[in-house]
Design a protein. Structure first.
Length: 421
């Protein structure tokens, strides 16, 4: 039987998963999203166009591919419908390639309001939510109140929707937060009607049947490992399990069915929103990374915080995910730096450690190792043996520290600017 290969981010998200999935998909017949919601934005660049996918798997552009939105995903019918419309306008056969799990939960208009009201009430302690309603939707899921895709085609959908909506309205009375959902609710109900064009599936049966048939499946993660609800920098995390283990619950496959795990990381680090970021830079180097790397959120447009590569966090993610192959993105952003730094340990309250701590905070002082920069344009290079010695040294140090080979290096945003070793 075939196994499910997994591609996921090893940092705080925005590692470039969309591009990598698009590059890898020729080897796979099936691409599946297993967790998260439209707070994720996977950017793809090819044929002089940029696409940002929020819910649809990044294999949608490949002919003959099957793309599955798994049960672990939460879906906003408005955002998904907008995404579908843009792709169909460009001639992508979304309806023929996309399957949606009946067990995936729906984000209601009131979920978005609850998200905004809750975040506003936290003041200075806010977590930096994207306000897409993701957290409240997962809360309803674990609270056994949720509305699922399969409910859309039941005869009781309107009743179930109305019941959950009223529950949310009662909940909102505890907040001093003005809102009006009328316009968005109309769009939402139109989105529900649009989704009826698509095939709703029992994804756990379909995925396992595809494995039995010998189909190659790639599971696509959203956000990043350091945002995992259990093992990330809590409470500044997302609402789902972003680690490899989330594939099992988010698609309905056994742990023994997991194959290769491709871990994606940037040659430096970024983070959007609040939360600990030990290697964050507040100087010219940080701003230089942001501008050269165009580090602004694909979903929100928010400027990303930038910093040096954090080897402590990276090794932690490699361990937690069982990564078998590493993929380094945006090496070209560091083209013009004379000196590069990598955090190889933390100093916490006077004690040095190489383990990621229970509570990452401002008390952490990174212990850096310096590297000489390559100071040349690597965008046009297409083979590893063409890389400057300084870049090879940087890559080989990462391999030595993690014990995992760096199999792919990205030297630019386009499909073609991807070097496979």
């Amino acid at each position: 039987m075939k196994k499910v290969d997994v591609v996921l981010g090893l940092q705080w998200g925005d590692e470039g998963k969309g591009k990598v999935v698009d590059v890898l998909t020729p080897a796979y017949q099936v691409i599946a999203r297993f967790q998260g919601g439209p707070n994720a934005g996977h950017s793809l660049h090819f044929e002089d166009k940029k696409y940002v996918l929020h819910t649809i798997p990044s294999g949608i552009f490949r002919e003959g591919s099957i793309n599955i939105i798994g049960n672990g995903v939460v879906i906003d019918p408005v955002i998904l419908s907008e995404e579908i419309a843009k792709l169909e306008k460009d001639g992508v056969d979304v309806q023929g390639k996309l399957l949606i799990s009946k067990k995936a939960h729906l984000i209601l208009p009131t979920h978005r309001i609850i998200d905004a009201a809750s975040e506003a009430s936290k003041g200075k302690t806010k977590i930096g939510s994207t306000l897409k309603g993701i957290g409240p939707t997962y809360m309803d899921k674990t609270g056994r109140n949720g509305l699922r895709v399969g409910d859309i085609v039941s005869g009781e959908f309107e009743e179930r929707y109305g019941r959950l909506k009223e529950k949310h309205i009662e909940l909102l009375k505890q907040y001093d937060f003005p809102y009006d959902i009328c316009d968005y609710e109309k769009e939402w109900l139109a989105g529900i009607e649009n989704l009826k064009r698509f095939r709703f599936i029992d994804s756990e049966h379909v995925v396992n049947s595809l494995l039995q048939e010998g189909k190659a499946i790639l599971a696509e993660g959203a956000q990043g490992s350091m945002l995992d609800i259990d093992f990330g920098t809590y409470p500044f995390v997302t609402s789902s399990n972003t680690l490899c283990a989330g594939v099992c619950t988010g698609l309905g496959v056994a742990p023994s069915r997991i194959g290769n795990v491709y871990g994606i990381f940037k040659a430096y680090c970024t983070r959007v929103g609040s939360g600990p970021f030990p290697t964050e830079l507040f100087d010219e180097d940080g701003e230089k990374m942001r501008q050269i790397g165009q580090e602004f959120g694909a979903t929100t447009g928010r400027p990303r915080r930038c910093g040096w590569l954090d080897m402590v966090a990276l090794k932690y993610s490699v361990m937690m995910n069982g990564v078998t192959e590493l993929i380094m993105m945006k090496a070209d952003v560091l083209n013009d730096f004379d000196t590069l730094k990598v955090a190889v340990a933390y100093n916490v309250n006077g004690k040095e450690t190489s383990e990621f701590p229970y509570e990452a905070s401002e008390k952490i002082v990174p212990v850096y190792k310096e590297f000489k920069g390559w100071n040349c344009d690597i965008n046009k290079l297409r083979r590893y043996d063409e890389f400057p010695t300084e870049l090879k040294n940087y890559i080989e140090f990462i391999e030595q520290e993690t014990g995992v080979p760096v199999k792919i290096v990205s030297v630019g945003p386009d499909r073609e600017e991807t070097i496979v070793r």
